[in-house]
Design a binder for this molecule. Structure first.
Ligand code: UGA
Length: 431
């Protein structure tokens, strides 16, 4: 948008979504202030640091530093702002519904900001939230403000690319002025802006993530059946995916899905349905299949080792997928807890994860390289398909392990080659 003045945007929340949104909107030519309540985070950003690992984000922040600033101060954040983006987290509450307390704090803080033109909801919220926000804004004398639901479809590890080159930008709004403002804000984005009503936009987000999770759980069930019948899930997924009506994405069988979105959003959708008196049977099964997938891995290891009690088991990879430092709802946490509960010693390796001094990680031992982690081990599980694991000298690893037992939870390695090296090698859905 070179040459255009751009809009003045305030982004609430300097997490994954807020930072990517802020940096990308600045890249599109808008003047952006990102506001967060975490002083350490804001200080780091002001000093040129980036608190999360997201490819391209640091470069984009540096490149657009003239148009991008960070603040703790609410008044400074809202000064002169035309559009407010809500990008705060909505974690699951005790009931499984999304906890919207941070969203309400932002909405309440807008009282008096009469110069604003619109509020844009990027946080993932239950269907119906827009109606409630509208009522609060109206009650606060902000009836003239537009409201748009603008769900996020970026995936961690490629969030910057996904924002600038999306399959679609979904905008849910009830008025054409706000729709037009959103089109203008996205000028320069390489993808169509699809406008609809607010509730439908809110549903698109939850339905999209639920369908992606369904594809994975479906192929994981087929993988189990492949194990029982001698078929190879990799071949099955390859050929199924060639049908353009089905598509090849999200058909990689493995130890199960995790992350900050699928577990939280699928549970939120299930509870949303329950709250309306309807039980989403298919989605409940999708969640159950995913939970079982991790327990099946432990079961297979126990069978291979005789017992897990006293065994030294290595988790190779801790993050929920490669290319990120994010461990939220990662299968590794469930695996570590289950292994410790069975009396195993848990050792681990990951190039980016920062598990911290919390359970179950406080009871595990970290190593700087996969080979060091595997030294003297009774078994290992590939939890995350980090490319570094393909480069491991597996012959050396087999010699270094006390018992070369490997469960490849991501079908990363070649079964024949691993068996030729002497491994008791197990994977997901492959003969
Ligand atoms: C997901 C969606 O892909 C994004 O579109 C969405 O915007 C985002 O959630 C969100 O709601 O914010 P993300 O959680 O970053 O993105 O990660 P994905 O790449 O979708 O992977 C999710 C999980 O599924 C990972 O644990 C991954 O290992 C697993 N997965 C993925 C499989 O087990 N098999 C597959 O074929 C694909």
């Amino acid at each position: 948008m070179v040459g255009k003045p751009g809009r003045r945007v305030t982004v609430f929340g300097a997490g994954y979504i807020g930072l990517v949104t802020g940096a990308c909107l600045a890249e599109l030519g808008h003047r952006v202030v990102v506001r967060d309540i975490n002083a350490d985070r804001i200080q780091l950003l002001r000093g040129g640091g980036v608190p999360i690992h997201e490819p391209g984000l640091g470069e984009l922040i540096t490149k657009n530093k003239e148009r991008l600033s960070f603040t703790l101060d609410l008044r400074e954040a809202l000064d002169g702002a035309e559009v407010v983006y809500v990008c705060v987290d909505t974690p699951p509450s005790a009931s499984g519904d999304a906890d919207l307390s941070r969203v309400w704090t932002v909405v309440d803080s807008l009282t008096g900001a009469a110069h604003l033109r619109a509020v844009v909801m990027k946080s993932t919220v239950p269907v119906g939230t827009g109606t409630r926000v509208r009522a609060v804004l109206d009650g606060a004398g902000l009836a003239h403000l537009g409201y748009a639901s603008n769900p996020e479809f970026t995936a961690e590890g490629k969030a910057v690319h996904d924002f600038l080159h999306p399959d679609r930008v979904v905008v849910g709004t009830s008025d054409e002025t706000t729709a037009q403002l959103m089109r203008e804000l996205h000028e320069g984005v390489d993808g169509p802006v699809v406008v609809m009503d607010v509730k439908s936009a809110e549903m698109v987000k939850l339905a999209s993530n639920a369908l992606l999770a369904t594809k994975i759980s479906f192929i994981n069930e087929i993988a189990t059946l492949c194990e029982n019948t001698g078929a190879d899930v990799e071949e099955v997924a390859r050929a199924v995916g060639l049908d353009h009506r089905l598509g090849s994405h999200f058909l990689r069988a493995g130890i199960g899905w995790g992350g900050s979105c699928f577990p939280k959003d699928s549970e939120a959708l299930r509870q949303l349905a329950n709250n309306t008196g309807y039980h989403l049977q298919l989605l409940s099964a999708v969640i159950e299949v995913n939970n079982l997938q991790k327990r099946r891995a432990i079961q297979k290891l126990a069978e291979a080792l005789g017992t897990l009690a006293g065994a030294r088991v290595v988790l190779l990879g801790l993050t929920f997928k490669p290319g990120t430092d994010d461990m939220r709802e990662s299968p590794s946490t469930v695996l570590a807890s289950r292994l410790l509960a069975e009396g195993a010693q848990v050792h681990c390796w990951d190039p980016l994860a920062r598990p911290g001094d919390v359970q179950p990680w406080a009871s595990t031992i970290r190593h700087p390289t996969p080979l060091e982690a595997l030294e003297g081990a009774d078994a290992a599980i590939v939890v995350t398909e980090w490319p570094q694991l393909k480069e491991v000298d597996w012959a050396r690893a087999a010699a270094a392990m006390r018992r070369p037992v490997l469960f490849d939870g991501r079908n990363l390695l070649d079964p024949q080659a691993m068996r030729a090296l002497g491994f008791t090698y197990m994977s997901v859905g492959r003969p």
